[in-house]
Design a protein around this ligand. Structure first.
Ligand SMILES: Cc1ncc(COP(=O)(O)O)c(C=O)c1O
Length: 397
């Protein structure tokens, strides 16, 4: 047999999905695992959105649509972007596809030539690094520290940029750390981006889940930054619609046209019915977003206070999203049931084995020493999981 492609051979599987699969396997065997691995809301899609999907089926919305999405949805997205973030786009600048994850590939495919460099601040969301490679790019990882609240500074960005740099990927708010960049920080990074003449892929998928601090999109800084920003967002997190698979990009005309052409030859169009559900999400009653926001915020506060009362572990207070990025370095060198912990992988493996709690090691996000906990799970599960963590820590010798 001929070999498969070098790119395909080099792709690493998603570590977050691997942990979810392992804990699901244990659960299927009747083991009472508490899962903190999944990056999706535990809420169901709101009724008004589900009904819009049902109506779309009954109205025979079962045909192909425009490859970058129905114009009504793209117009509703423009209104959403203007209402929430103060950025104005025309529907032809919006490309809708099957989830923000796919939009990120599409954005990278649209702007990268083979060998182009992409600056990626770490900790980063697992998919980016593989997506960059799959699109022929070269990731240039810039390590941030907990002392900096895991944020890249303008100086760090500036020195990571070379002649080969095409773009930087910013995740604001961040998965896995839950931090946001302040408007001043966004502007200062924007200056470097403008001066160095590169693009920014601004992943804003958690931008409607900000609990503290002011939020600014890179596209909202000024006209120049709007031209060089590819805004990525979608319905998954804000409207509890992960399985509907609708995400979008907002970009300048050249990029949005090229993206639309890509889409016409690849996906054809995103699911027609899901587009009508997303249309209701963006243009219908928003009260369910507030309800979910409040629940996440309450869990966030509880989580942070419990963790910071414990021995050997700690976490910074996140501003947004639904993740806690826990520092577990205090557990290094300790033994649990005779097994030594010397990495975040060990910590997660042993916590799953002895504590029956599933989490994701920081190595998956390019940040050894940390463990990501998703608090997109019920308060009961959070209490149970943290009780188990406490018990696990008490076993450490
Ligand atoms: C930072 C970030 N971007 C994008 C996505 C993907 O979202 P979607 O469900 O729209 O593909 C996720 C999902 O975990 C994410 O955390």
């Amino acid at each position: 047999m001929k070999e498969i492609s070098a790119i395909a051979k080099g792709i690493a599987p998603s570590a977050t999905l691997a942990i979810s699969a392992l804990s699901a396997e244990m659960k299927a065997k009747g083991i009472d695992v508490v899962g903190f691995g999944a990056g999706e809301p535990d809420f169901e899609t709101p009724e008004n959105i589900k009904n819009a999907g049902i109506r779309a089926i009954m109205d025979n919305q079962s045909h192909y649509t425009s490859s970058s999405g129905i114009v009504e949805l793209r117009a509703a997205i423009c209104k959403y972007l203007s209402r929430e973030f103060g950025i104005s786009y025309e529907p032809r600048q919006i490309c809708v596809s099957s989830g923000a994850k796919h939009i990120i590939y599409l954005a990278l495919q649209t702007i990268l030539n083979p060998g182009d460099e992409v600056v990626l601040p770490a900790p980063y969301w697992v998919t980016y690094i593989e997506a960059i490679r799959m699109c022929g790019g070269v990731p240039v990882v810039v390590q941030t520290t907990e002392e900096q609240r895991f944020k890249i500074s303008p100086e760090m960005l500036n020195s990571a940029i070379t002649d080969k740099t095409k773009c930087v990927i910013m995740t604001n708010p961040s998965n896995p750390t839950g931090v946001i960049y302040s408007p001043d920080e966004v502007r200062a990074l924007g200056e470097v981006i403008s001066k160095k003449d590169i693009y920014v892929i601004d992943d804003e998928i958690y931008a409607s889940l900000v609990y503290r601090g002011e939020y600014l999109s890179f596209a909202a800084i000024n006209d120049d930054m709007k031209e060089r920003t590819i805004v990525v967002n979608g319905v998954s997190k804000t409207y509890a619609m992960t399985g509907w698979r609708i995400g979008f990009a907002a970009a300048n005309r050249e990029i949005s046209t090229a993206m639309a052409t890509y889409l016409s030859h690849s996906t054809g169009n995103p699911c027609n019915v899901a587009q009508y559900a997303a249309l209701e999400a963006y243009s219908g009653d928003q009260s369910s977003v507030k309800v979910m926001w409040e629940a996440f915020n309450e869990r966030r506060k509880y989580f942070v206070s419990r963790v910071n009362e414990m021995k050997y572990v700690s976490c910074i207070e996140p501003d947004a999203a639904f993740y806690i990025f826990m520092n577990v370095k205090g557990m290094y060198g300790k033994k649990v049931h005779g097994e030594v912990i010397s990495s975040s992988d060990d910590f997660c493996r042993l916590l799953l084995k002895y504590g029956l709690v599933a989490t994701v090691p920081g190595t998956a996000f390019g940040a050894e020493g940390y463990v990501r906990w998703s608090y997109a799970t019920s308060m009961d599960n959070i209490k149970k999981g943290l009780d188990r963590l406490e018990e696990f820590i008490s076993l450490a010798q």
